[in-house]
Structure formats: C-alpha cells, structure tokens
Design a protein around this ligand. Structure first.
Ligand code: ATP
Length: 362
C-alpha cells in the first residue's frame, strides 16, 4: 500500500543552496516515520518533495512500485496535513471533509458514509455543522485530519500539525495521532522540530541536521546509542551533558572522577590514541546516592548548584563542573538550593564516548 523509497535525493535552491544532501531512506508500509531536526535542516523540503510540492533536483522518490518524480501531487495517493489546518472558512466541518470526495464525483451516499466514519474515529460527530471560526484550534486540527482520512490515502504527510495548539492539547493530540495510526494502518511521515513528539510517536526517527541524515532508528535506539554528539544533544530533555575529559590508558579522568572503562564498552576506544575524549552522560544517569560500579576508583564528582527547577516528583539541577554546565535530573526528595555542593555518582554503563575531533560516537 504505502511503502516509500528515497533514492539519493538532493535539493538545491536556485542551483546554489544545498538544502537536502544525498537523502536515502526506505519506509515500510504502515510505519510512522518522524523527520526531526532544528529549523532549516531540510525536513519540510524533503516532505514537500515527497508530496510533489517541491521539485527534486536529483534522485528518485518511489511510492510502492511507482516512481513519482513527475506524478502530480493529487495522483500520488498521499494526503497532507499542515500546521495551519488550511480549512475553507465558509464551509462547515462536514463540507470541509467532504470537499475532495465531491471533486472526485463520489456518490452522496458514499461521501456520507466516509465522513461519518472519519468523524466517529476522531470523536467530532457533534462538530460537523460548525464552521471553522466557531471551533477551537484542537477541533480545527481534528477536522483537518478528518479531511485527510476520508480520502483513504496510502500515505499521510504531516508538517508540524500540532505546533499551533497549546501545550496540554498537544500532549493529548500526540496520543490520539498514535491511536489513529494504529486504527488506520497507514504509513505516516511526520515532520517536527520537537524531539518529544518524535520520541513519543515515531516507530522510527530520522534525525536531520544541515540537510544531512545524522541517524535513523527507533526512539530507544537513538536515545541509547546516538551516532554522534549532535544526535546525543538533540534527542532527550534536558539534553545529554557533554564533557571534555582526559583519557589515561583505559581510565577516564574528570576532576576527582576516575573510572576504568569497562571491557565491554571499550569497542572502538581500543584504537583511539588521543589524550582527550568527549564523554556524554544523560541528566538522569547522575545520582545523588551511591551507584554500584565495579571498575571505579572514584565515581563521585562534586557539582556546585547554580539553579534549581522543580518539576514535581523530579528536580532539574543546573550546575557547574570546571566551567562546564551540567544538568542533573534528581528525585525531589532532597531539597537543594543555589550554592549547595552535591556529590554525584555516575552510572558508568550509561556513559557515551565521542571522538574529540570528529564528535562521532566511539
Ligand atoms: P523549519 O522547521 O524552520 O521549517 P526545515 O527543517 O523544515 O525548517 P526547510 O524548510 O526544509 O527547513 O528549509 C531548508 C533550508 O532551505 C533552509 O535553510 C531554508 O532557508 C532553505 N529554503 C527553503 N525554501 C527555500 C526557497 N524557496 N528558496 C531558497 N531557499 C529555501
């Protein structure tokens, strides 16, 4: 139904600006793939090339067994949901949803059946007579989704569809979209700059930066084994801490902290012959209580507290170790204040290592 193949896709604007560089990706039928990256990384351009709204400079896009480079958007069997909903203001919700079917000369009976079915799935039956201006942002977004669903496309494309909603509604719509995807069994390609949206909804995440794919993987994969420093810092909130430390043989030395890298984690570090290395440790992997670690001479490090952010059951501590900002996520049991010095222990099995020059994972 809706598999997609991007083969060496490149996009150059006006033959100069290289917005998308050698993009290769296979999306299986029924996947929920999220393109994530900072503003300007090329995610919308890639989605728009798939939709047929932007010309492809080089490469091929296939949907199932059809090369679509020169296929009109309306004939690609896709449906796109935008962040600004793009509803017709003078039509009520029912007519907005029915519009594309009317254009295709679908019978009244079939239109009614499809609109009612989509309205049921989205829980919007009572809104069908309302016009967009009489609806909330969340309701409008549901109508926009409904308009896509009635077309029964093989592929849904979504470009930041939740970004105009308030924080609470965004969280709610995230789980609704996940459920909807399961119900429809369709392929979804979703663009966002919000790593939380990517982590919570994607079956696979594609992390982009400056027009290039940095990593493709399941949310867990990307969170636990980032390919490079960019991915490590982009995925996860608060971001992973990165510190420049000394390497003495197989021992990492960071202020008072000394650990021997466990044999199982040595991997490419065996052949790494520089004196310094970057380590990455997530805020939740530093603890204010002892952590069991077999190879540690001293796995404690002192952190001077500079700011405290209480989230509820967890507290984020912002501190400083040797001029380096470090964030730690701790249980809120103990109340820390600015100026306190906390002794932190690190979970040595959770440390990531990056080449000091290339910043690629080791
Ligand atoms: P955002 O989240 O801000 O929309 P994005 O990752 O979706 O970012 P794109 O919209 O794909 O980024 O843009 C990628 C790059 O291409 C940006 O640097 C942008 O300035 C540039 N760009 C986009 N459209 C054009 C255009 N029509 N002409 C020239 N450059 C463009």
């Amino acid at each position: 139904m809706g598999s997609i193949s991007f083969k060496s896709i490149n996009k150059k604007y006006e033959d100069k600006f290289h917005a998308v560089k050698d993009f290769n990706l296979e999306v299986a039928d029924g996947e929920f793939v999220v393109f994530v990256g900072p503003s300007g990384c090329g995610k919308s351009t890639t989605l728009r090339m798939l939709a047929g709204l932007e010309e492809i400079t080089e490469g091929e896009i296939w949907i199932e067994d059809r090369k679509v480079n020169n296929v009109e958007p309306k004939n690609r069997d896709i449906s796109m949901v935008f962040q600004n909903y793009a509803l017709y203001p003078h039509m009520n919700a029912y007519d907005n949803m029915a519009f594309s079917l009317k254009l295709r000369k679908t019978s009244k009976k079939e239109i009614d059946q499809k609109v009612m079915e989509a309205a049921n799935i989205l829980g919007i039956t009572e809104l069908l007579k309302k016009k967009p201006k009489a609806m909330s942002g969340g309701q409008r977004q549901r109508i926009a989704l409904g308009r896509s669903i009635v077309r029964n496309p093989a592929v849904f494309l979504m470009d930041e569809p939740l970004s105009n909603l308030d924080a609470k509604l965004r969280v709610q719509m995230r789980s609704e979209l996940t459920k909807l995807h399961k119900n429809l069994n369709a392929t979804v390609v979703y663009v966002t700059h919000d790593q939380t949206e990517a982590m919570t909804m994607a079956s696979r995440i594609v992390v982009l930066n400056a027009g290039e794919i940095q990593q493709v993987g399941t949310p867990r994969d990307i969170y636990e084994n980032p390919n490079n420093r960019f991915v490590a810092e982009f995925i996860g909130s608060p971001a992973m801490n990165i510190a420049r430390v000394t390497l003495e043989g197989n021992t990492i030395v960071w202020e008072d902290f000394r650990i021997e890298i466990p044999a199982g984690r040595l991997g490419k570090i065996k052949d790494y012959n520089k004196d310094e290395i970057l380590i990455g440790i997530r805020p939740e992997d530093m603890h204010d209580e002892p952590v069991f670690s077999e190879n540690t001479t001293n796995n404690k490090i002192k952190l001077k507290v500079e700011a405290v952010e209480l989230l509820g059951s967890e507290t984020i501590i912002f501190g400083d170790i040797k001029g380096q900002e470090i964030k730690v996520k701790l249980d809120s049991r103990f109340e820390y204040e600015t100026g306190d010095v906390i002794e932190l222990a690190m979970d040595q099995n959770k440390i990531s290592f990056f080449d000091i020059d290339t910043e690629e994972a080791l």
